[in-house]
Write a protein that binds this ligand. Structure first.
Ligand code: MEV
Length: 320
């Protein structure tokens, strides 16, 4: 059996703006999806223990009747075989995940990356030899199938972990070090990324001057965050996160629960906190000194689920 895991990811800066700039600063929290592949009996079967769903089809069979949530996994199997020009064999796939599904930590990207690598490895290939851009190009069409109009920025972060500055769809900088303590707050409210992206596009068209001002400040924050991370100056990173959250709220993508979690985390001693991803629910995260992690976790847990973790986790890797 081949087992591969990949982390979810958070946006330190430039969610939504990246749909236009293709630039973002991301990091991987240590919450992972584990994708296992072994030889099957006849066709392709997929069991997602995290979603509580299972489906099976004959090799190269049609996807009618497959559980909607599992369609991208079957498409991924076909994609790997096509990319490497391989003949498909019967496969049995099992998916486990520590990443809350639909939360905004991009469990879908962690699934696509861990799955691409696990299936390719099972079929005798070495996907670790692919360049970062090649992995992005190969996985992006499926990411686009799951979230139409996506920038796909998360693919870089789930692939290589650490901290990634992506500019114009290319990895511009990568810090592989372990970051500070981090607590993720999940509002439990899930929303369609494409709906929030469409609402931002409408807002931008209606209020071009506000949008211009906010987008250019967020782009500058990305540069300042990059500088602060390179110095491991987490206090500065935290201050910039707080400002970023206010700007995202002005764009209309926050949620009362997210604001409550962000304020509670900062009052409990976090360096800073912000929503991450599409917003309108989903998740926020706070960075804090390790001595404050318990207090910050308790503060966030007053409003939803809190996941203590750390940033800068390892990217895609084999599991035993
Ligand atoms: C969603 O995880 C991040 C957004 O920027 C959309 C995208 O980049 O595709 C809101």
């Amino acid at each position: 059996m081949i087992k591969v895991s990949a982390p979810g990811n958070i946006f330190l800066s430039e969610e939504h703006v990246c749909v236009y700039t293709r630039t973002a600063l991301l990091s991987a929290p240590d919450l992972r999806t584990i994708f296992s592949v072994e030889a099957g009996h006849r066709g392709i079967s997929v069991l997602s223990r995290s979603l509580g769903r299972a489906s099976a089809i004959p090799i190269s069979g049609r996807l009618d009747g497959v559980s909607d949530a599992l369609v991208p996994t079957f498409m991924l199997v076909e994609k790997v075989a096509k990319d490497y020009d391989l003949k498909l064999e019967p496969l049995k796939i099992i998916i486990d995940s520590e990443i809350p599904v639909g939360s905004g930590l991009s469990s879908s990207t962690a699934l696509l990356i861990s799955g691409y690598f696990a299936i390719a490895k099972f079929l005798g290939e070495d996907p670790w030899r692919l360049s970062i851009e090649e992995v992005y190009e190969r996985v992006f069409p499926l990411q686009e199938y799951i979230h139409e109009k996506t920038s796909g920025m998360e693919i870089f972060s789930s692939h290589i972990g650490g901290f990634s500055l992506v500019r114009e769809r290319k990895l511009s900088k990568h810090f592989g070090f372990e970051g500070p303590a981090c607590v993720i707050g999940d509002t439990g409210i899930s929303r369609q990324t494409s709906a929030v992206v469409a609402a931002v596009a409408k807002w931008k068209a209606r209020q071009p001057e506000d949008a211009e001002e906010i987008f250019s400040r967020i782009s500058r924050i990305t540069g300042e965050q990059d500088f602060a991370i390179s110095r491991e100056d987490w206090e500065m990173v935290g201050e910039l996160m707080n400002e970023n959250h206010i700007l995202l709220s002005r764009m209309g993508v926050s949620h009362n629960k997210l604001n409550l979690m962000v304020n509670a985390a900062v009052n409990a001693g976090a360096y800073g906190a912000k929503l991450s991803g599409a917003g309108w629910g989903g998740v926020m995260f706070a960075l804090c000194p390790s001595t404050r992690r318990d207090a910050v976790t308790r503060a966030i847990a007053r409003y939803g689920r809190a996941f203590p973790t750390r940033l800068g986790a390892e990217g895609v890797r084999p599991e035993h």
